[in-house]
Design a protein around this ligand. Structure first.
Ligand SMILES: C[S@@+](CC[C@H](N)C(=O)[O-])C[C@H]1O[C@@H](n2cnc3c(N)ncnc32)[C@H](O)[C@@H]1O
Length: 399
């Protein structure tokens, strides 16, 4: 399943491990496509009409749908299969990462020091504290989360994420597992053809899938990625070096970056904010405003806000907050991105949002066709990790 990992930090999985990975990926596809469809049918045919008969109205929001669905056998079956396959994703890749952990650290160190390919840099800062909201749990059931380290120069958690994502993604993230940012940045570059950023920052970059996608879009720009998790930052830099892509990775907290004022043209994040508590999100948006040059833009790929979605889709997307160790997910989706940008100091009329079809699923023409859309419209494919997914993004210009 890790066939799409083609850089120098690739690990060797045994035939049995690969077979397990294919099984888990197929099982996830069954749960997230087939069973999810059955769940929606059950809601439409039985649960919603029963609610309407007893209450004289339809469920108003996700929590009401959740309450009505909770006792249904199909929902319990869906949830337990989904939890189990999520745990199996990580278990299917851990043995190979553990076997090669020392060698991975050695290979990464060599790539950091290599001058033969790209000239990207790695800046580690041991004084950066992993925030309590990350440290206290195995985020999305990933053992060791993003930050745990067991040896010098450890990159294992980066490898767990890279290999795990390739199983988790079921092919939906494209060959380099960067479909989200390839789609979003292609849309963005087509919508604003005269905007030529010189310096781009990717916050919460993990191992740089999105960071490198920006370099594809704007090859002349200086691209930086920051993350608090040391093993991921190291892995991200080594991976970029291995691909020969110049990108600069830093161990930094997005709330307090110490980058100078007005130093970036684009400040981006991908799948980052929904893992962060509300008060920290507010600090991060303020920090982004501070770091942006006048005329620069902040944008975040994220799960769509509940206010954009139907009660059922709100319930469906918030599942992870209750069953997948992502406790801040629902709180984030209950926020209004426009209000949060305004609170961070962006002008109301500079806010925008859009929805982009997945480029690897629908093709580039489908992405370009949407460039003139006025604003994001919610539908059941938006943010739903399954065939036909469409990606939601919001942001604001600084002027
Ligand atoms: C879901 S991952 C992001 C995935 C990545 N952006 C991508 O496109 O593949 C969330 C990341 O945010 C990082 N993170 C969480 N809080 C942070 C903070 N305050 N500052 C920097 N990174 C943070 C975590 O360590 C983790 O690597």
């Amino acid at each position: 399943m890790s066939e799409n990992i083609n850089h120098d930090l690739k690990v060797d999985h045994t035939r049995d491990e690969r077979a397990r990975q294919h099984f888990v990926s197929g099982m996830r596809s069954y749960v997230l496509n087939d069973l999810a469809g059955n769940l929606r049918t059950l809601y439409g045919n039985k649960v919603e009409p029963a609610f309407e008969r007893s209450q004289g109205r339809k469920p108003a929001d996700g929590p009401e749908v959740h309450k009505a669905m909770k006792g249904e056998t199909l929902f319990k079956y869906y949830s337990s299969l989904r939890c189990n396959t999520q745990e199996m994703v990580w278990r299917s890749v851990l043995p190979a990462v553990e076997r090669e952990s020392d060698d991975l650290a050695a290979r990464a160190t060599k790539l950091h020091q290599s001058n033969s390919g790209a000239r990207g840099t790695l800046t580690m800062d041991g004084s950066v504290q992993v925030p309590r909201y990350l440290e206290a749990l195995d985020v999305h059931l990933m053992p060791g989360s993003y930050h745990e380290q067991h040896r010098d120069a450890d990159v294992s958690q980066g490898a767990v994420y890279d290999n795990g994502l390739s199983v988790f993604a079921m092919g939906l993230l494209g060959p380099n597992m960067d479909d989200i940012t390839q789609s979003v940045s292609t849309f963005f570059a087509a919508r604003y053809p005269n905007f030529k950023p010189k310096k781009i920052l990717d916050m919460g970059c993990t191992i740089g899938h999105s960071t490198l996608a920006w370099k594809d879009r704007y090859p002349d720009a200086e691209v930086h990625g920051i993350d608090v998790a040391a093993p991921c930052v190291r892995y991200g830099h080594a991976r970029a070096q291995s691909y020969g892509v110049e990108a600069h990775f830093h161990q930094k907290d997005a709330e307090f970056t110490s980058f100078p004022d007005e130093s970036f043209d684009v400040i981006y994040s991908c799948m980052f904010l929904h893992e962060v508590p509300g008060k920290n999100i507010r600090n991060i948006l303020k920090e982004a405003k501070r770091m942006l040059k006048p005329g620069g833009v902040m944008l975040h790929y994220e799960l769509p806000p509940n206010k954009l979605m139907s009660a059922y889709d709100g319930f469906y997307l918030d599942w992870d907050a209750f069953y997948n160790k992502e406790p801040f997910y629902k709180g984030f989706r209950d926020m209004d991105p426009a209000d949060e940008c305004a609170t961070a100091g962006f002008k109301n009329d500079q806010f925008f949002n859009f929805v982009v079809p997945s480029m690897s699923f629908y093709g580039k023409d489908a992405v370009l066709k949407e460039v003139s859309q006025a604003k994001a419209e919610g539908d059941s494919n938006v943010g739903r990790f399954a065939d036909g997914v469409r990606w939601f993004t919001f942001g604001a210009w600084k002027n």
